[in-house]
Design a protein around this ligand. Sequence first.
Ligand code: UDP
Ligand code: MG
Length: 311
Amino acid sequence: MQTLSIIVPCFNEEAVIEESHKRLKKVIDELSTLQSEIIYINDGSTDQTAWMLSKIAANDKQVKILHFSRNFGHQPAVTAGIHYCTSDLAVIIDADLQDPPELIPELIETLKREQANVVYCVRENRKGESIIKKLTAKLFYRSMNYLSEINFPLDTGDFRLIDRQVMDEFKKFREKGKYIRGIISWIGFKQVPFKYKREARFAGDTKYPLRKMLHFAATAMLYFSKKPLKLATGLGFITVLIGIIYGVWILLGKIFGFTHAISGWSSIIILIVFFGGVQLLTVGVLGQYIGILFDEIKDRPEYIVEKEVNF
Ligand code: UDP
Ligand code: MG
């Protein structure tokens, strides 16, 4: 019989964990053709999540838990789930029931029918999320496609079904800053979309405040695109061109007397500010990439597992 793991990252999800587990459990119990398990990753929660998960796993060997030593973030949590998964298939799903667990059988059916390696879920609409969140998400997925060398499916989160082959390839990725949905697209094989309606969070607040969202977006862009560097170079070229034209103009003006050099205070200030800005910007872009190199070269682990339960 084929096996399935459901990978669920959890950070301070005490308000939803029991309900999520109930619904997930019901879904896997009805999946008679697959032998299933749930892998919860407790990403350094500071509330009752750890305790609740331990209670669930104590009576149920189908439930495995990875407790992180602290909060490492959503992407490292999902990464750990994939690293520890030994099943033929895996579903990545959020703990907050925004991605309905009841869709899992349909995902499996689609994978089998299409003989695909990945079924990725595309959000047709998103309930209960702020205008800002929806707008920034839309903007993010579109600019990612403009910036990166490959095309990513739009409006697709990490909610998806992947097979063994994809997981084995994923394990070969040594980069520490993981943009998982990007990596899986990059891996290739046969990937098919599955449209669904994203629900509102069942309870509790988003664990992705603006700070984490910006970090996530920056990681995605810096790891998947060298275009910011090219844009910086382009900007440099343009300013050099402006500089040359302006220089020639000044020189000719001096010779033929049509510029009044001494009254040029405003133009000097404008040029200093302009070129200063361009220089800082390009140095900043360079700095971002050097920062990434710095992080990668240290080769620190992406996450630290404090305790494994039922593995
Ligand atoms: N999450 C996590 N670590 C974090 C932040 C979030 O494991 O540092 C988990 C969280 O528990 C949830 C999933 O990642 O299962 C998605 O987070 P959330 O629903 O808060 O994000 P949103 O849907 O608001 O983008
Ligand atoms: Mg959510």
